[in-house]
Ligand binder design. Structure first.
Ligand code: MN
Length: 424
């Protein structure tokens, strides 16, 4: 069990501010470029990034079965393939090395110089090579809002929605790390009242407040993962902004679902927070009625209390918080999503990324997209500087953040931040 790393009383010899997302109980994994232009796998405590490749070379992971170059790679895929037992051994060891009472590295100035970086000395990269990307549609409030707007308020949820976690296969080539800007996409739309479509820059670019989980090698082709085992194949979670062009989406989505309205960009936060770190924040997911079929049925606490927030910053302006939501509002759990995904024998690999779907709460200030917040343009949002928004404008920056908190411990995800630039 990971209980030792979760101990709320545990302290590190590295400084950690009280509102930091990265206390010694977090120990996330990421990939960064160092001041010497070397790519390495690392973790983070407070505002220090820790080079795990260097720690391994210096012998700090002795006794743990790891290949010599496991952390000297530009993605986490091979480490994730090593499986849950190894992730735990490594996190336990990091927790020991940085424990306030452990002098080994704390008092070894030479090693400290090699292993530790301040955040301004590094550049975070995409943490995994994403082979396949699937996006779900698992918030009942979001699906109801979209169904109400795009179709029919009386039948907002389609008949299958309460029985299977609806999803579609997305495009991994356009998943980008936080900090990388994107351009307004061009595409085909059918303007209101027009009877022929037109091609040009989207007029309704939107964010989607999501989280995504990253898997390890889960099954052989043809095998299914039982619901009770599904979480064993989840490495961890990131914040996920699934950029969307609503005018393109509305025109293209029938009959096969999202395509060009979604595949121009999706942004991820750089640090993957493990399920073990999130363990103290388990909560029950919303009651499911009707009861799912036996292969998807779960009891107990299968969700996590993760407080989420989105802010919008116009060029040269100050940020405005435009929504606050929570991961625990999701109707379908990650285990149900992964079990459903493999229920037909579909193969899931290390580094696959599964988006939760937009996470909306039940109140209008907790909706997870601008489409819902401004209700299809009918209720503009007012920013701190007085400007109004019904969609994301050129040079706006959208920032997603998220954290869990209880027993005096805060485990967070940092942020994922993207600026929208004019069309190319
Ligand atoms: Mn989405």
């Amino acid at each position: 069990m990971p209980s030792k790393t979760n101990d709320p009383s545990k302290k590190s010899w590295l400084p950690v501010a009280p509102d930091s997302d990265f206390p010694i109980q977090n120990i996330p994994f990421g990939v960064f470029l160092t001041r010497e232009d070397v790519i390495t796998i690392g973790t983070r405590i407070g505002d220090h990034a820790i080079d795990l490749g260097a720690l391994h070379q210096l012998g700090y992971f002795q006794g743990i079965p790891l290949t010599d170059d496991i952390f000297l790679q530009d993605t986490l895929n091979d480490f994730i393939s090593d499986g849950k037992k190894t992730w735990r051994l490594v996190r336990n060891r990091i927790s020991e090395i940085f424990d306030i009472d452990n002098p080994a590295l704390k008092e070894h100035q030479e090693h400290r110089k090699i292993v530790l970086f301040t955040l301004d000395e590094i550049e975070m990269q995409l943490p995994v090579h994403i082979g396949d990307y699937t996006d779900f549609y698992s918030s009942k409030e979001h699906a109801t809002n979209i169904g109400t707007m795009f179709r029919d308020p009386e039948n907002a949820l389609l008949p299958n929605w309460l029985h299977i976690p609806i999803g579609y296969h997305g495009r991994s080539s356009t998943i980008i790390p936080s900090g990388k800007n994107i351009h307004r996409p061009k595409g085909q739309t059918l303007p209101k009242g027009a009877d022929t479509p037109q091609f040009g820059p989207s007029k309704m670019v939107d964010f989607e407040l999501e989280m995504a989980f990253i898997t390890t090698d889960a099954n052989k082709l043809g095998e299914s993962i039982p619901i009770d085992e599904a979480e064993n194949y989840i490495f961890g979670l990131v914040l996920f902004n699934d950029w969307s062009a609503r005018d393109m989406q509305k025109w293209e989505y029938v009959p096969l679902g999202p395509f060009m309205a979604k595949n121009f960009a999706s942004s991820v936060s750089p640090w993957i927070v493990t399920l073990d770190a999130l363990e103290p924040f388990r909560v029950e997911s919303p009651e499911q009625d009707p009861k799912p079929l036996p292969h998807l049925y779960q009891k107990g606490k299968n969700s996590f209390d993760i407080q989420l927030e989105v802010s919008l910053t116009p060029e040269g302006g100050i940020p405005t918080t435009i929504t606050k939501s929570n991961f625990k509002y999701m109707y379908w759990t990650m285990a149900q999503q992964l079990t459903h995904h493999t229920s037909n024998g579909c193969k899931v690999l290390s580094g696959d990324l599964m988006g939760s779907g937009t996470i909306s709460g039940s109140t209008p200030d907790s909706y997870g997209s601008m489409l819902e917040l401004a209700w299809q343009g009918t209720k503009p949002i007012t920013l701190e500087n007085g400007e109004k928004r019904t969609s994301i404008q050129d040079y706006d920056t959208v920032t997603l953040s998220g954290f869990c908190e209880n027993s005096g411990v805060r485990i967070g995800f940092g942020k994922v931040e993207t600026k929208l630039l004019p069309p190319v």
